[in-house]
Design a protein around this ligand. Sequence first.
Ligand SMILES: [Zn+2]
Length: 258
Amino acid sequence: MSGYRAVRILLLLIILLLVSVNTWLSQTRTTDWQEPLWAVVYPIAADQLPITRLYVNALSEDHFEDMERFMAREAQRYGVVLDKPLEVKLAPPLEVQPPEPPQNQSVLSSIIWSLKMRYWAWNNDNWQGPEPDIKIYMRFFTPDYDRVLAHSLGLQKGMIGVVNGFASIDYQARNNFVAAHELLHTLGATDKYDPRTSFPLWPDGYADPDRKPLLPQSRAEIMGGRVQVSAGWALMPKSLKQAVVGERTAREIQWLSP
Ligand SMILES: [Zn+2]
């Protein structure tokens, strides 16, 4: 190993250590549920089409209220005393695109992407208000049935989520379902579905794991991501009205003691 390479790796490790300490501190602060969490949604016309821009420019905070209602309703079920655990604010549309997530799943490439993403987020902040606890970049595409949206992602404990969604009022409730899923990742919640089939995993990924008969389920656990309708069929819920925070997720985000 050359000296230069060693210095570079050492630098990367130091940055990583600083970022980890900082994240750990902000995570302890964000999951004590003593005061409302602030999330800011940064909308982006990702395909840069005029019709997508029209949609993005017409968004208002009302379009994200169901996320607040979902968190308030579910927190209350677990005895969190806060009336409004989540406050969602809307930043003006961003004209820049976030760094592309890595194609391969190696630990090093996701660490590098996560550092790039944080730097990009810090550098491209157009939000004029108190520093948010969580930043959600919502990338919009014009609805197209042939298009498969890339995976949305929430930096596990990184306080940043990237959500890919469709630029249509018919899809906004679903976009917000994905945003709530990614937001809970940033608070430490883990996925509860099988990545090969996208089917939710029983019991933690089911909204009603004790139901008899078990199928069809009628709601989704937020980190399970889908409603299992029959053995070979699982659907994305239409909105957060059809979603719950299951017990395991509630423990992960400190609504219940572990
Ligand atoms: Zn996930």
